[in-house]
Design a protein around this ligand. Structure first.
Ligand code: CA
Length: 227
């Protein structure tokens, strides 16, 4: 779940945005002044920050400058109507975008999606971290799996399992190793869970396409390899 920090001293506005973002499926934290916002931003990982400019204790432009010294997290400024100077200073200071209050929530949501997508794209370009086997590719940053140009819908557990198999392509993994890596050491269930999830994966990435990526190694476990 992507996590957004709202730094906004008008609590009613902050709460309204929070409700809308949560409804859209984002995780949200709020800060009501600049200092608190800066502390939160440097103590927890966020995917995006909504930053009001006129803030008590530390103004938004100063918060922006300080965050930019250490992070390139997407930041969207919330500015007052006609505060042209603020916008220019903000964009010069490294903000990704701004939106003028009062705004329609749909517009804010659209700008958030654009900023997050841009960030994801640039991450993909930075470290080509895609994993693949045959006609299947897995993008760990976008958390997307594509088989023969079809986007495949996987649960978190299925995705993590597939990613682990791909990271160890051509290496036979025992059920115990997979269980420890994907379910954690404390998982009390038996290794059947691995077989069950391998079946789920096969039903989504292999069977519809008549392809075979995951091989069963009798008595040992599984390996993913090119056909
Ligand atoms: Ca304000």
């Amino acid at each position: 779940m992507e996590k957004i920090l709202i730094i906004e001293d008008e609590e009613k506005i902050a709460r309204f945005i929070e409700l809308e973002l949560k409804y859209e499926g984002y995780d949200v934290e709020k800060a009501f002044n600049g200092r608190e916002g800066l502390e939160l931003a440097s103590s927890q990982p966020f995917d995006l920050i909504l930053l009001d400019i006129m803030l008590p204790e530390l103004n938004g432009i100063e918060v922006l400058r300080r965050i930019r010294r250490v992070s390139d997290i997407p930041i969207i400024l919330l500015t007052a109507r006609d505060a042209v100077v603020d916008k220019v200073t903000g964009l010069d200071g490294g903000a990704d975008d701004y939106i003028t209050k009062p705004f329609a929530i749909e517009e804010l949501l659209a700008r958030i999606r654009v900023a997050l997508r841009k960030r994801n794209n640039s991450n993909v370009m930075k470290g080509s971290s895609e994993l693949s086997v045959g006609s299947l590719t897995l993008d760990p940053i976008r958390r997307e799996v594509i088989v023969d140009e079809n986007l495949i819908d996987l649960t978190k557990r299925e995705f993590d399992l597939l990613q682990y198999l791909l990271e160890n392509k051509n290496i036979v993994l025992s059920r115990e190793t997979i269980l420890q890596q994907i379910w954690g050491y404390d998982f009390a269930g038996d290794t059947n869970a691995v077989d069950v999830y391998i079946r789920y994966l096969r039903a989504k990435i292999e069977e519809p396409f008549g392809l075979k990526f995951i091989q069963t190694v009798r008595g040992v476990g599984y390996v993913i390899k090119d056909e």
